[in-house]
Every structure is written in structure tokens, then in C-alpha cells.
Design a protein around this ligand. Structure first.
Ligand SMILES: Nc1ncnc2c1ncn2[C@@H]1O[C@H](COP(=O)(O)OP(=O)(O)OP(=O)(O)O)[C@@H](O)[C@H]1O
Ligand SMILES: C[C@@](O)(CCO)CC(=O)[O-]
Length: 426
């Protein structure tokens, strides 16, 4: 088991085309964001697990003996809720409960596996501190990046390469990212019920991808050069409820909704085809085409019942400045994206941003298609930030990690770049 603190990080995501339809096996296009969640795991040498997730107001210490360990049996996390009920009752319902259940589900199964293969079972306590540069609950994949960090940190802590059967059948131990993705998906199920797996796949693998459930992802290399304005309505949304709403509508009107889902598949596939052709210089820039595809997709999402007046308002404002926009993620609130063609003058971008801010929205202008999960064992630069509130350098207090991560997320990526990240490897 690892003895030194380490940090892991994972990106959020933006879905360009195909949200909701992807749940039904349709194609979707998504990319990682430069906004990331960061998580420090510090072994404590005691039998206590401390969880500090300030973004969701969770600060909890649990004796390891209070956490039941469970054999991995592939069940949906809701099947374990009853066993964890006494622990879940310790925190307020909502985001803190969801974050705690995500942790408990994967910790209990990974630690169980570890215990069956080692004689050393005492002093396995640790502290986990997480902070995210992503807005939580806004449609930019904060839950997936949090889930990917949890999975990576726990597998790394429990020395997963030496364990034999941590993943589902068919996932070999020499595929660390597949293993991380498996557990990130389990954690994701806590928040999203029956997710398609696109959010956690992007958080784990990074890049820009054409995703279809159950199939290998296709890399969309040229996508990283695209520019989007991400606009947070700040209207709270609930992706699980939105997904359930689409399922209800589809059950009631299958002859209407199934063709809508097929049309969305067509939009994602058309974009992927043109992007690939453009990358091989077979066609000139399809900028008009992308704008049309974005407008089509938004109309179809409206038909699925997942838009919101604030999202429609953003689309209207963007259109006034000549930009195509659509909701991104679960909808019903959360975020919209406006696609910014490379030829757009900076003044237009500034003007549309200002107009949106004036309407009370928050804009994120962030890079795309960066790396997926990363890990770093040399925390010297982070430790330099890890000072107590009174400025005393400290390696071990939780508040010091809070402070260091706070700086990392608010001043990222400058500070993040001083850490020597590596894509997670055995
Ligand atoms: N920094 C964090 N610390 C702890 N928990 C987090 C953090 N970020 C996300 N979560 C977990 O993820 C949940 C938010 O997931 P939700 O699906 O509502 O939003 P999202 O992932 O930002 O949006 P979407 O899934 O639509 O892209 C929180 O309630 C919490 O359980
Ligand atoms: C709405 C949805 O398509 C995307 C959420 O980011 C749900 C999913 O794919 O799991």
C-alpha cells in the first residue's frame, strides 16, 4: 500500500452533440475541458478515514471498522444504500450524501479485494481532500471528474497492479485506464442512475471522442483547436431527473421520440465525418455546417423536453452575435455552449460574453481535449502551498491541503503545471 501522499486529477467534459440520445446507444461527440478536479490522498497510519470535500460541504472522519467491506458483485450502487445507511445518515442529504455514497461504494469493494489478498489490514486510514475548478452540478461533468479521481486515488492507494480481479470480466490488470474507468462508472451511477458512461470515459481518457455505448471510442483529433464559450445559467439542474423525463416521453411517444434520437445520432456522426475529413484536408473548413448542426441539435433537445428558458435565452443572445449555441449535458438548467469559429473577431467574443454576464450568466472560456486522469507523486510544489492558516508550513493538516488545493483550482493551470503530472500508468 502506498505510504506517501499523492495527488490525482481528472478533467470535466463538454458534450458537443448527442447528450441524452447517447443513453440509447446513439453516437455522441464530447471533449475534456481544461477545468479539472484535484484530489490529494494522504495515508495517515491510523484506522481513520477522513473525507474533506469542501465543494459539497462534506467533512467527515470515519473509523475504518465502521465501513462494511463488500465483495465486488457488479450490482448498481443503489443495492448497497441500505448497508451504508448509518454512515449516510451522518451527512446532509443531497450532494454530500451522493459524494459519500460514491466513495463508500468503490472503497468498500476495492478495500475488500485488498484485504483478501494481504495479511496487513491495520492502519489503512487515509485522508482524501478534493477540490474542483469545475462548477458542481452545472453540466460540465464535475461528478465524472470527481468519480475518476476517486477511482484513481483508491486504486493507486491499494496498489491495484498487484491485485488480481478488481475489474469486471474482460478488463485485464494491464489496462489501468479501463480499470479506473470501470470504477469511475460505478461512482457515476450513484449520481446519474443509469448513465451512458460518456462523462466518465472522457474524464478518464481525456481528448475529444466520438462515443457510442459499448464500442471503442474514436479519437477526433482536430477538435482540440475548436473554441467554445461555456455559459452557466446557474439554474440548478438534475441530470438523473432529465434522463428519466426523456425515458417517460419515449415510452409515451416511441414513434416520435425514436426518430428524434436517430436524428441526433445523425448529427454527431455527420460532425465526426466532417471533422475527420477536415483533419485529412479532404474538405475546407465546415464552419457553416457546424453552426447548422448545433442549431438542429438544440431543436431536437427542446423536443426531448430538456431545455429551459434560461438556455433558450442564451441561444437567442448568442444568435444576436452570429454564434450558434445549444445546451450541453443534462439540460433543464446547467450550461450551454456557444461555438466560436476561428474567424470570429475578439471584439465580438468580448461583446457576447459581456451581454451574457449582464444577463446574470457565468462564462467559461477554457481549452479543450487535454489529458484524462493524471497522477503525481512528487508533491514538493504543492507542499510549498500547504501552509496552515497562520502561514506555518505543514505537511499533515487537512486545512493545509484545503488551502493548497484552493490555490490550485483558483490559479490553475499555472500552479498545476508546476506538478509533474503523468498519464496514469502501471
Ligand atoms: N468537487 C467535488 N467534491 C465532491 N463531490 C463532487 C465534486 N464534484 C462533483 N461531486 C459529486 O457530483 C455531484 C454533481 O453531479 P451532477 O451530475 O449533478 O453535476 P455535473 O457532473 O457537474 O453535471 P453533468 O453530470 O450534467 O455534467 C455532486 O452532488 C457530488 O456528489
Ligand atoms: C444527459 C447525458 O446524456 C449526459 C450528461 O452529461 C446522460 C448520460 O449520457 O449519462
Amino acid at each position: 500500500m502506498a505510504g506517501e501522499p499523492f495527488i490525482v486529477s481528472a478533467p470535466g467534459k463538454v458534450i458537443l452533440f448527442g447528450e441524452h440520445a447517447v443513453v440509447y446507444g446513439k453516437a455522441a461527440v464530447a471533449a475534456s475541458l481544461d477545468l479539472r478536479t484535484y484530489m490529494v490522498l494522504e495515508p495517515l497510519g491510523t484506522d481513520t478515514i477522513e473525507l474533506r470535500f469542501p465543494d459539497v460541504d462534506l467533512d467527515l472522519a470515519l473509523p475504518t471498522c465502521d465501513i462494511p467491506l463488500l465483495a465486488a458483485d457488479g450490482q448498481h450502487p443503489t443495492a448497497y444504500e441500505a448497508q451504508f445507511a448509518p454512515l449516510l445518515a451522518l451527512v446532509p442529504t443531497g450532494p454530500p450524501t451522493a459524494a459519500l455514497l460514491a466513495f463508500l461504494c468503490i472503497y468498500s469493494q476495492i478495500a475488500h479485494q485488498h484485504e483478501t489478498q494481504t495479511t496487513h489490514t491495520s492502519n489503512r486510514g487515509f485522508r482524501i481532500v478534493a477540490r474542483s475548478a469545475l462548477p458542481v452540478g452545472a453540466g460540465l461533468g464535475s461528478s465524472a471528474s470527481f468519480s475518476a479521481c476517486l477511482a484513481t486515488a483508491l486504486l493507486k492507494h491499494f496498489d491495484f497492479p498487484r491485485l488480481t480481479s478488481l475489474g469486471p470480466a474482460g478488463v485485464a490488470n494491464n489496462e489501468p485506464l479501463a480499470l479506473i474507468n470501470h470504477w469511475a462508472f460505478v461512482a457515476e451511477q450513484v449520481t446519474h442512475g443509469q448513465p451512458s458512461g460518456i462523462d466518465n470515459a472522457i474524464a478518464v481518457y481525456g481528448g475529444a471522442k466520438l462515443y457510442r455505448k459499448g464500442q471503442p471510442m474514436r479519437d477526433l483529433g482536430g477538435f482540440g483547436a475548436q473554441r467554445f464559450l461555456l455559459v452557466d445559467t446557474t439554474v440548478p439542474k438534475n441530470t438523473k431527473r432529465m434522463v428519466a423525463g426523456v425515458a417517460d416521453r419515449r415510452q409515451k411517444f416511441p414513434l416520435v421520440i425514436d426518430p428524434v434520437l436517430d436524428a441526433i445520432d445523425g448529427i454527431a456522426s455527420d460532425f465526426a465525418q466532417w471533422t475527420t475529413a477536415q483533419a485529412t484536408s479532404a474538405v475546407s473548413s465546415p464552419s457553416g455546417r457546424i453552426a447548422e448542426l448545433i442549431a438542429f441539435n438544440q431543436q431536437l433537445l427542446r423536443l426531448l423536453g430538456v431545455s429551459h428558458p434560461s438556455l433558450e435565452g442564451i441561444c437567442t443572445t448568442a444568435a444576436q452575435y452570429g454564434l450558434a449555441a445549444k445546451l450541453t449535458g443534462g439540460g433543464g438548467g446547467g450550461c450551454a455552449l456557444a461555438w466560436v469559429p476561428v474567424t470570429t473577431p475578439q471584439q465580438v467574443i468580448s461583446n457576447v460574453q459581456q451581454a451574457l454576464v449582464d444577463q446574470g450568466y457565468t462564462c467559461y472560456d477554457t481549452g479543450l481535449a487535454g489529458p484524462g486522469v493524471q497522477a503525481c507523486d512528487d508533491l514538493t510544489p504543492l507542499l510549498a502551498l500547504a501552509t496552515d492558516c497562520d502561514g506555518t508550513p505543514s505537511l499533515v493538516t487537512a486545512t493545509a491541503w484545503d488551502a493548497a488545493l484552493e490555490q490550485l483550482v483558483t490559479k490553475s493551470p499555472d500552479l498545476a503545471s508546476t506538478l509533474t503530472w503523468s498519464m496514469f500508468k502501471l
